[in-house]
Design a protein. Structure first.
Ligand code: HEM
Length: 372
């Protein structure tokens, strides 16, 4: 069926085969009350369990309630199936200590070392109003209406406790997270996700994806750290670039997606060969160039209309999961920011970092219980 189980040892939406659509939201917590925050997380968890099973957000539903009160579901998903919906929650650095240094909820001592703020990367043009956040929810589904419905209902349930800080819609997964999936393409027209970490690679996932208690934060055992980067792609400039140069920039062929100098998509890139140029993206991002670090990428394309200058406001909403951003995203992105030939066509405009805890074990458990 098209239902992804909500309960389990790890959160769904990480190694779950990437669905086709995304609605990602970051919230600010606006209450001062820890109790209200915890109650909202319980209410969210119950609603998430229902919605991922294809049901209304509330027990009564969109149309069966009394006429005098707003319904406990907004209604736009009536008649739609679960569509593979997953909801994945994460906690940002500011939940533990806000921008003014205040420990609003008594959580500062529990902040994982791995949740250290990302550094400024060369070339960054980050807009703070669409970055950061105390809590994120990643909604993925094969129907955009289902993903939007889920986020909308969580925002509705959270009224007075959280407010939406920013959100992003995405389409056309730009990664495969299972060997059972074919590799999709990003807006540069290249296959994206070929050399990604995949659900079947259990040893690599243990080493690179899932946090364990010994990493320093017991409540993050079975969890993973999410880095989001909204990356504007200058597609009009790209489209005037020759095919050969495009392939040199990526380090792979445009058709097959094979490493330059090799024949097939899944051939291992030969980095000893000079056919993959020194500033090619795959050379700089490859594990052997980055002390063995592997990321699980789970990004989506976006087009947010046009920019008023005759160009599409388009790009990649990059999402990566890892056991520790300090050893994974940060060194890889430093390498890319300094040397990647692709930078001429890119602009990083938003950035997010969130600690996504382990899965919810059953109806008595809730998102973040181990933290609170
Ligand atoms: C590989 C595109 C940003 C990390 C690739 C590939 C493409 C691509 C086409 C080759 C196919 C594949 O193996 O998936 C892009 C575009 C980006 C972008 C268009 C920006 C808009 C990033 C960022 C990171 C990153 C920000 C991490 C900091 C990687 C990694 C690989 C990869 C780890 C696999 C390298 C390997 O093991 O061979 N990317 N990428 N990419 N990219 Fe990116």
């Amino acid at each position: 069926t098209d239902q992804v189980p909500f309960y389990g040892p790890v959160q769904a939406g990480i190694v779950t085969p990437a669905q086709d659509r995304l609605h990602f939201v970051a919230f600010d917590v606006v209450t001062k009350s820890r109790e209200q925050l915890v109650q909202m997380l319980k209410d969210w968890t119950a609603a998430a369990a229902r919605m991922t099973a294809g049901k209304d957000a509330g027990e009564i539903g969109a149309t069966a309630g009394i006429l005098e009160a707003p319904p406990d579901d907004t209604g736009e998903a009536i008649g739609l199936p679960a569509a593979g919906l997953t909801l994945t929650v994460g906690f940002g650095p500011t939940l533990f200590r806000d921008a003014t240094g205040k420990d609003r909820f008594g959580l500062a001592a529990r902040k994982p070392a791995a949740l250290a703020d990302l550094p400024h990367f060369p070339g960054d043009t980050i807009d703070a109003t669409i970055s950061g956040g105390d809590i994120c929810v990643q909604a993925c589904a094969n129907d955009p209406q289902v993903a939007v419905h889920a986020i909308r209902n969580l925002a509705r349930i959270g009224m007075g406790v959280v407010s939406v800080r920013w959100s992003q819609l995405g389409f056309g997964r730009t990664s495969s997270t299972s060997t059972a999936q074919t590799t999709p393409r990003n807006l540069f027209g290249f296959k994206d996700g070929t050399a990604n970490l995949k659900a079947e690679e259990t040893d690599l996932l243990r080493e690179h994806l899932w946090a364990v208690a010994d990493d320093g934060s017991d409540w993050m055992a079975g969890g993973s750290y999410l880095v989001s980067r909204k990356i504007r792609m200058m597609i009009e400039t790209w489209d005037r670039t020759s095919l050969g140069e495009q392939e040199d920039i990526i380090g792979r062929t445009k058709g097959e997606g094979a490493p330059i100098g090799q024949g097939r998509e899944f051939d291992e890139p030969d980095l000893t060969s000079t056919s993959i140029l020194a500033d090619a993206h795959v050379r700089l991002a490859h594990p052997t160039t980055n002390s063995g670090a592997h990321l699980l990428r789970r990004g989506y394309n976006f087009v947010d209309g046009s920019d008023g200058l005759g160009r599409l406001n388009a790009g990649l909403f990059f999402i990566a999961y890892q056991r520790d951003p300090r050893t994974h995203f940060v060194p890889i992105q430093l390498n890319l920011a300094r040397h990647d030939a692709m930078n001429e066509y890119l602009r990083h405009v938003s950035s997010g970092l969130f600690a996504c805890p382990a899965g919810v074990s059953g109806p008595d458990d809730f998102w973040g219980r181990a933290l609170f």
